[in-house]
Design a protein around this ligand. Sequence first.
Ligand code: AMO
Length: 423
Amino acid sequence: PTTARVLAAELPGHIGKSIELCGWLHRRRALKSVTFLVLRDRSGLAQVVTAEGEADVPEETVLRIRGTVTANPQAPNGVELTGPTVEVLSSLAEAPPFSLYRPTVPATLPVVLDGAPVTLRHPRLAAPHRISAASVAGFRAVLDGLGFTEVQTPKVVSSATESGADVFALDWFGRPAYLAQSPQFFKQAMVGVFERVYETGPVFRAEPHDTARHLAQYTSLDAELGFITDHRDVMAVVREAVAGMVTAVAGRVAAAVELLDVELPVVPAEIPQIHFAEAMRLLGADEPDLAPAHERWLGEWALREYGSEFLFVVGYPMRKRPFYTHPEPGRPAYSNSFDLLFRGLELVTGGQRLHRYEDYRGALAARGESPEPYAAYLRSFAHGMPPHGGFALGLERWTARLTGADNIRRTTLFPRDLHRLTP
Ligand code: AMO
């Protein structure tokens, strides 16, 4: 008869039973008369007691272990597996670059990233990715609840969306094509079909910046909704989405939160906001955009003023925003757009869009751009679009800020950047 496979975390519910555990040998500790095996599976760790000299295989060997679940107050979770038979499912051709059971990670970021298939097995290195997954689940749950339809859109496109400079060009059956910088045009078009859409997927930026907060491929959590009054309706959805992400992280991956000592932020019912012009006045600066140092300063200011780790900056100058941006009524040099800063870093960009066909043609003409490359995009508006707006949240930045990671590469399984194309 086959024995039931049980997860490490489920052992306390099976005391006295004969069960099967499958996983990786996390740690092998040979004492005088017994050898302790610690097995790791997706749920956590389990202790196995074998006779001295048993299972003499290296750590990270893949094992199936059958045995009896026995109560032992000294063991982790108060249980251990005794009288085991150990079967090797897969042995190692190569040891990990550092031992994965020590609580601290004794390796530099490049070593971690180069060895991702094995280094990320370290519970502390896996934890940010679990938090990331829970965050996406929370994002989906909130938007599903608000009547949004999830969509998937092409990642190979015929024109730039955000600005011309930072696109990857490729050859598409002999025609020029680009990796999508954003699902911007597609999500707007789908407002015309579904009213409310969202997408979670990869986007590509040929950013030559070698910084701790830029990747050449990142995950964009995008949303777009119709029949808004202005950007404030979009900001209300951002607030709900972020609050739902925090709730999902707290509820789904409490162990990862605890392991990394993550301080979950409180998302205020109303996130404080400041107009771009006012922010510049406070900063004593006069620039068309916020520099990273400005964002950090404003982050601290919001914490002092409002006790909030979040701050909306609204009304960015039109000339720094893409052509689809809606101007601020009465102050057309500014826009109905916003960024959300989280712990002093830009996390979200969004705003109200133009929605009339002739406004798009006018906006392109005013920027001296030909409407030709955008013909397919502009057709959405030719067919009738409601007033709408949306936003995009950078997932890796979110997880990095949440977990206190010093570099967003720690929250990316296989980062793609200026230097990195493997693994
Ligand atoms: P934007 O270009 O500001 O807006 O991008 C939105 C959010 O994506 C994140 N982000 C990045 N994360 C990692 N590496 C990068 N190179 C990178 N660039 C941006 C940031 C940023 O706030 N279409 C608009 C969104 C909209 O208006 O709906 C857009 O893409 O967290």
